[in-house]
Design a protein around this ligand. Structure first.
Ligand code: ADP
Ligand code: MG
Length: 258
């Protein structure tokens, strides 16, 4: 459950990915240690989502290494852009130590709120159903959604759906949480409730990578800001440096175009 203290929770090296000959990731290196909150900023199409999907092994990189809590992803490359999973069980075990929160919530529409939250604990982690339900109720309470256990996703607002999605992500007690523009699909008045929740998780010491366009939030909540541009890390550093007077001109131009 806990990573070796000497090992970063995430170590990614040289991650590359192309789609149809177009290089989308050009060799990304990133570490996150326990409790780190890393904000990933960058323009549309720069490769942010592809990078998160590679870390979650939803997408297989074309090259590079990924280790979660010191365990390397069991991938072998043929050097021609093909990745082979050398141990499917180990890959699934590694994938199960991360959790992703998506822009469009991606709750399972045919399942109630509580069933969404218990699905991975019960079916992936083998948690007894009664224990999973108890924990799910506690998590729904934590995200301010107590009393909605029997609702269907379509009965909830976007902000409510995203809070359920965060409860679902927490249900497996992941080592690493990946947020992909968690507030971009929300009405403005719902953004704050989700940002406040993510901030509370940061304060609890969760290790998180957050792709976001909420610059004030990124600056405030993260310990490390990463600017991804055209499939590569253009600059990175603590928010005081990235948003300070000596920031990269390229990053400054991204923040204030024109
Ligand atoms: P971002 O999240 O920064 O907006 P993405 O990672 O979604 O960027 O996409 C980066 C580039 O990769 C875009 O040009 C996008 O069209 C392309 N891309 C992403 N996923 C796929 C895919 N499954 N097939 C083909 N092209 C893709
Ligand atoms: Mg994206």
């Amino acid at each position: 459950m806990t990573a070796q203290s000497s090992e970063p929770v995430l170590r990614a090296r040289g991650i590359t990915k192309s789609f149809g000959g177009q290089a989308v990731l050009k060799g990304i290196d990133l570490d996150a240690h326990r409790g780190d909150v890393v904000a990933i900023l960058g323009g549309s199409g720069s490769g942010k989502s592809t990078f998160l999907r590679c870390l979650n092994l939803l997408e297989m990189p074309d090259a590079g290494t990924i280790a979660i809590g010191g365990t390397a992803a069991p991938l072998r490359y043929d050097g021609k852009g093909g990745a082979r999973v050398t141990d499917a069980r180990a890959l699934n075990a590694l994938r199960a130590r991360t959790a992703m929160v998506f822009q469009n919530f991606n709750l399972w529409a045919h399942m109630t709120v509580i069933d969404n939250v218990i699905a991975a604990p019960v079916h992936v982690h083998g948690v007894p159903r009664a224990a999973a339900i108890d924990r799910a109720h506690a998590l729904l309470d934590k995200v301010g959604m107590a009393g909605f256990a029997g609702h269907w996703p379509r009965q909830l607002s976007g902000g409510q759906q995203q809070r359920v999605a965060i409860a679902r992500a927490l249900a497996t007690d992941p080592d690493l949480m990946l947020f992909d523009e968690p507030t971009s699909a929300l009405d403005p008045e719902r953004v704050r409730e989700v940002l406040d929740l993510i901030r509370a998780l940061a304060d609890e010491g969760r290790t998180m990578l957050i792709v976001t366009h909420e610059m004030a939030f990124a600056r405030d909540v993260s310990g490390q800001v990463v600017h991804v541009r055209d499939g590569a890390i253009e600059s990175m550093g603590p928010p005081e440096a990235m948003f300070g007077p000596d920031a990269s001109p390229v990053f400054r131009a991204f923040l204030s175009p024109g």
